[in-house]
Ligand binder design. Structure first.
Ligand code: GRF
Length: 216
């Protein structure tokens, strides 16, 4: 089967993008990174993508009349690269609702908490301040509602006494780098179905879409 063409959207560091690029180097990985798009020309991840020989594109909000126009430009760029699945990876610009609607069922995000807990920004601080004993990361389909689409997979990590947002973020990030390539593998293998706001992964029992990392 042809490899699924993934377009990765970044705004900054791009470590999840790098994890996807690495995964896609394996000949048996069912997806390839067709392009990396950033809303910021200064995004550090762009250099990583270029060094890996991946085409990069900048679509800045300031170059367009409004958010919807920037999103249309982004869709045009992704289409030009033949993108079949959009993967948000630290993409920090709010999307107009038309964008997830256009890509419905073909756009995913990774979020550094166990959704539906702790949406929005600074979520590691939110988890610590709530006294959560467990946090983690979630790969989910993107809908118009922020951090709320059907969940594909999650990884859990402990929240330790003495954790700061930075130490917890680092522990979660290590799991993000395992989880995102795995979830995109399942999608590329056409095993993920959305049903009634939830997902089913063929051949993977519901509990097995959770990675638990007690000593991560
Ligand atoms: C990650 O924690 C991701 O979950 C969140 O933004 C961060 C991006 O990090 N959406 P990176 O750019 O992938 O290193």
């Amino acid at each position: 089967m042809a490899r699924l063409k993934v377009g990765v959207l970044i705004s900054g560091r791009g470590s999840n993008m790098a994890a996807l690029i690495d995964a896609a180097r394996a000949p048996d990985y069912p997806a390839e990174i067709a392009c990396v798009v950033s809303n910021r020309a200064a995004a550090e991840g762009l250099a990583t993508a270029r060094a890996a020989g991946i085409p990069t594109e900048i679509v800045a909000l300031s170059a367009h009349a409004d958010r919807a126009a920037a999103d249309r430009a982004m869709t045009a760029v992704l289409a030009r690269h033949g993108v079949q699945l959009v993967a948000l990876a630290g993409f920090m610009r709010i999307l107009s609702s038309d964008f997830p609607a256009h890509w419905a069922g073909r756009i995913v995000n990774i979020h550094p908490s166990l959704l539906p807990a702790f949406k929005g920004l600074d979520v590691q601080r939110q988890a610590i301040e709530a006294g959560a004993r467990v946090s983690g990361c979630t790969v989910h389909f993107v809908t118009a509602e922020l951090d709320a689409g059907p969940i594909v997979a999650q990884a859990a990590v402990p929240v330790l006494a003495g954790d700061t947002p930075a130490t917890l973020a680092a522990r979660i990030l290590r799991q993000e780098h395992r989880l995102y390539p795995l979830a995109i593998r399942w999608i590329a293998e056409r095993r993920v179905r959305i049903e009634g706001g939830r997902t089913l992964v063929d051949g993977v029992p519901p509990g097995a879409t959770l990675l638990f990392s007690p000593d991560a």
